[in-house]
Design a protein around this ligand. Structure first.
Ligand SMILES: Cc1ncc(COP(=O)(O)O)c(C=O)c1O
Length: 428
């Protein structure tokens, strides 16, 4: 290694506690290199909504382009009121506007929350890629609770109880994300009710990351906050259901009993990002207020994601893996461990190598399960089935039926990618 490179790597290690470049970035850079070389690459690595931001929200942003003042640290009062109304209307959860904090993306807010909360962090795995690195940057201890494929990777009340029982009075914060990134699965009402009972028993503070909640494929999302209102912080924002990841707007809603935590977080916000972009906050009021256009947009988005998720899964299952259909969001998390012997015969010993080979040999860019906390030796990966023209598809869904023909017409590349994956495994 030359001196400059050595110093550069040492600098990185010193500054971010040894965190390495994520596989997400690696796969992305590698994909771009291959694209430059003229290869056809199916980009299934990025978790971004394919759909455009709804017109009425874009118009609202235009109308507020001249808003230039700093806004209150916790956020524009009208927006906090709209978010409070949104949770009450959709999920029956009641949050006071004083306890809602707006930030530049929920990711930043989750980071600050971990910073100000003093307890231990519980994360069921597999889980979203950023929770753990955030805890690592802050120096927080993480307690992992592994889940099982047979249970659709969902946390069971039994496992939560077993974990908390070891030290029942320890202050804890647990992040529960559903519909899940990476798995695409969500919890049923009864499952949430049972988990809530255990969380209450041990006074665990829950961070319910419901950023994909409005993308439950049946429009039937339930929030654990309705069963454990006094201990649940809802995390959400505009990024997923509204196609506005780049707008950077997220929100945390705290129960009254945790208003001290909301206030502590606001102190750190005041010393870091100050307040979220003013025009974006004004436009977001339109997103969280009731509008028939938004209900209609969401209904179409759900139909497309549901039909496409099922169709993709059906193709993958032709390779004999029996993956159940997803419940929400836009991810699949297939497990190809029944190909273990054949993969090992090709010197593929872990999920990261499997993803590199899929990229090299089939042009499939996806993320290894190990990035989400699964064992590297389980042959699992995450696919984001969003590599299609979302604007064209959601517009067409206004007057065309969203069925298999529709999916073939508007998402051909996504289906082709699934065929390539299934082919690759079958030919091992
Ligand atoms: C599960 C989950 N939570 C939180 C986020 C952060 O979203 P944002 O910072 O855009 O609000 C993401 C984004 O990918 C996510 O998948």
């Amino acid at each position: 290694m030359d001196n400059d490179k050595f110093l550069h790597e040492m600098h990185i290690n010193l500054n971010v506690r040894g965190l390495k470049q994520s596989a997400t970035l690696f796969i992305n850079e590698q994909s771009n290199l291959l694209i430059e070389q003229g290869r056809k690459i199916y980009k299934l690595g990025l978790g971004q909504s394919p759909f455009p931001v709804p017109d009425i929200i874009v118009q609202s942003l235009r109308d507020h382009a001249e808003e230039k003042d700093y806004l209150p640290v916790k956020g524009l009062p009208a927006l906090r009121k709209a978010i409070s109304g949104f949770y009450s209307r959709h999920w029956g959860s009641e949050y006071s506007i004083d306890n809602i904090v707006i930030g530049p993306g929920s990711k930043e807010l989750l980071f600050l929350l971990q910073l100000v909360y003093y307890g231990e962090l519980i994360i069921p795995t597999p889980s979203w890629v950023s929770y753990a690195p955030q805890a690592k940057i802050i120096g927080r201890n993480i307690l992992w609770i592994p889940t099982r494929k047979e249970n659709l990777w969902k946390l069971t009340p039994h496992d939560l109880d077993k974990t908390c029982r070891q030290d029942p009075n320890r202050p804890r914060l647990m992040i529960l994300n559903y519909p899940s990134n990476p798995t695409g699965y969500s919890y049923k009402k009864e499952e949430l009710e049972e988990l809530a009972a255990v969380a209450r028993k041990y006074k665990v503070v829950l961070v319910s990351d419901e950023i994909y909640g409005m993308l439950d494929h049946e429009g039937d999302h339930h929030s654990i906050s309705t069963y454990y209102p006094e201990g649940t912080i809802i995390s959400g924002g505009l990024s997923k259901w509204c196609g506005a990841g780049g707008w950077r707007l997220g929100a945390l809603a705290f129960p009254d009993s945790l208003s001290w935590l909301a206030n502590a977080l606001a102190v750190t916000a005041s010393e870091t990002f100050t307040s979220t972009s003013a025009p974006i906050q004004f436009a977001a009021v339109t997103a969280f207020d009731p509008h028939p256009e938004l209900e209609d947009y969401l209904a179409r988005a759900r139909k497309i994601l549901s039909a496409l998720g099922k169709q993709c899964n059906k193709i993958l299952n032709t390779a004999g893996i029996n993956n159940p259909d997803p419940h929400g969001g836009f991810y699949l998390f297939p497990d190809f461990s029944n190909y273990r012997d054949k993969l090992i015969a090709r010197e593929i010993y872990d999920s990261e190598t499997m993803c590199k080979r899929l990229l090299d040999e089939k042009g499939i860019a996806c993320l290894p399960g190990s990035e989400f906390g699964c064992s590297a030796f389980e042959y699992i990966f995450r696919l984001s089935y969003v590599n299609f023209d979302g604007r064209k598809a959601i517009n067409a869904a206004t007057n065309e039926e969203v069925d298999e023909t529709f999916i073939k017409k508007y998402c051909p590349d996504t289906l082709k990618a699934m065929e390539e994956i299934a082919d690759w495994f079958r030919s091992l």
